[in-house]
Design a protein around this ligand. Structure first.
Ligand SMILES: Cc1cc2nc3c(=O)[nH]c(=O)nc-3n(C[C@H](O)[C@H](O)[C@H](O)COP(=O)(O)OP(=O)(O)OC[C@H]3O[C@@H](n4cnc5c(N)ncnc54)[C@H](O)[C@@H]3O)c2cc1C
Length: 462
């Protein structure tokens, strides 16, 4: 490496001012760090990702002192979920016994602009609108990035003690800092329902049945986001035939009060698609760099857990870095990153496992029914499951117990319906299916990069 720039190293260089990168910049700035953020597009994005922030994510924002970033964007409080199964439904409120926060629905672009506006006002953060084209390596360390400013022809370079790569779900750089086993699970189709009511105002709605699952939640005071799962290697062609298919397949499954708005949204044709991936974290430790956000780890968005996982990571990484007064101390920096990689699963694993576990369940007719019957019992069956979905409860054992108990309960119901009077003590195929879904997910959360168990588990993910 030439010496150019070595003396002008900033403390932290962040690739991407998205949900994770912009929040990390804001949080590290509070600690007095000298930060540069390079973001390829600072304008407000119009996306279907990251529009429901679970209470656990709100809690992390609160801990960082950033809940005001949800203000003035017409964000809607969300108090729980209505689970709709065929023609029945069951309402599960989020827990708020200990004053835990509720969730929020909002337009992702509006929320992100609030975070970006905040970092643009911080004296120790410089935000550059430009695309990072390369990570600069010196021997085995990352020492900075090359980037091109928007509309500029020439590349420039920036050097930093720590480069945080947070370039999102379609990350270009994750292969330099991890061994990614990225599994495409299909796509979400997103539509906006305008000026209609759903069975429960200010609640998420999960709709399950013979059709692929749908989730609906409020994103402004007059609109609801509908996300419809589409399994496939490629996104659908959004032509006339597809509109017809959407109406035939999903209109009847929509709550009655929202059908007209659904038909209007389909006919208007403003349907966005986005790929859904599962990406267990499998980082490679590299001096001078850390991977964060969807670039590092993704789970199915059915349960809306991505931003909650990102905020958990942002806070954990920030706390590890806080104790380092001089970022040129590479040994301390390395230790802090190592600790982050080794412990981050404690904050994210239940969110990840539940997301992909529930995705497996909604496509298995027996388990889907079992899940509905199980949570409809109310009490701890609903409350504890919902507290994990909310990102407030991180007890992995509790999640596992509920998952297996749900399958046992389903088996019991099925057999007693088919053979009245027979008591089933041994659970059968449903439990086997449930174990088949959850075991690889559990194994893939182990924080041991490249471990053998994880590689085996990844091959078995259904
Ligand atoms: C369909 C779908 C729905 C979802 N819904 C929810 C939900 O309801 N709730 C929830 O919590 N999570 C949800 N998620 C997940 C959530 O959106 C992500 O977990 C979260 O946005 C990750 O934040 P990030 O910062 O890693 O990525 P992003 O927020 O995407 O940020 C990445 C940033 O990097 C920038 N960038 C990329 N490349 C470069 C480059 N070379 N140079 C400079 N900048 C670059 C991008 O422009 C972008 O600003 C959903 C995901 C999907 C796929």
């Amino acid at each position: 490496m030439s010496n150019t720039g070595v003396n002008t190293k900033v403390d932290v260089l962040i690739v991407g001012a998205g949900i994770a990168g912009a929040t990390l910049a804001a949080n590290l700035a509070k600690m007095g760090k000298n930060i540069v953020v390079v973001e390829r597009d600072l304008s407000e994005r119009d996306v279907i990702i990251g529009e429901l922030l679970q209470p656990g994510g709100v809690q992390k924002l609160e801990e960082m002192g950033f809940t005001s970033l949800i203000d003035n964007i017409d964000a809607q409080p969300v108090y729980g979920y209505d689970i709709i199964y065929e023609d029945r439904d069951y309402l599960i409120p989020y827990p708020n016994k200990n004053g835990e926060p509720c969730g929020f629905g909002f337009r992702n672009g509006a929320f992100l602009q609030n975070i970006r506006k905040h970092i643009l006002t911080q004296r120790n953060i410089r935000v550059i609108e430009g695309t990072v084209t390369n990570l600069i390596e010196d021997e085995d360390a990352i020492v900075g990035v090359s980037y091109k400013r928007k509309l500029a022809a020439d590349e420039e370079s920036l050097y930093a003690h720590l480069t945080v790569v947070t370039d999102g779900p379609l990350s270009k750089f994750r292969e330099k800092l991890s061994k990614p086993f990225n599994k495409l699970n299909g796509y979400f189709l997103g539509l906006l329902l305008k000026n209609c009511e759903l069975p429960f105002a200010n609640h998420g709605h999960l709709i399950m049945g013979e059709h692929p699952p749908m989730v609906i939640y409020p994103v402004t005071s007059t609109s609801w986001r509908v996300l419809i799962d589409f399994k496939g290697e490629k996104p659908p062609r959004l032509g006339r035939d597809f509109k017809k298919f959407l109406l035939e397949e999903f209109k009847q499954a929509m709550p009655k009060s929202a059908r007209a708005a659904f038909v209007a949204a389909v006919e208007k044709g403003k349907i966005k698609t986005f790929p859904n991936h599962r990406l267990p974290a499998n980082p490679i430790k590299k001096q001078g760099a850390v991977l964060l956000g969807d670039a590092l780890n993704m789970r199915h968005p059915l349960t809306g857990g991505g931003m909650t996982a990102a905020f958990n990571d942002v806070l954990r990484l920030s706390n590890n870095l806080e104790t380092i007064s001089d970022f040129s101390n590479l040994k301390q920096l390395g230790k802090a990153i190592q600790k982050f990689y080794q412990t981050r699963h404690l904050g994210t694993q239940t969110t990840n496992i539940l997301a992909d576990g529930l995705y497996g369940v909604v496509y298995n007719p027996d388990l889907r029914k079992a899940f509905f019957e199980y949570v409809s019992r109310g009490d701890k069956y609903a409350e504890e499951t919902c507290s994990i979905l909310a990102g407030l409860n991180k007890d992995k054992k509790l999640l596992l117990n509920h998952f297996i108990a749900m399958a046992r309960y389903g088996t019991q119901l099925k057999i007693s319906a088919e053979k009245p009077g027979v008591v089933v003590t041994e659970s059968l195929s449903m439990v086997k299916d449930a174990v088949g879904i959850i075991t690889p997910l559990l194994l893939s959360e182990k924080p041991d990069p490249g471990n053998k168990l994880m590689l085996e588990a990844l091959n078995r993910i259904v």
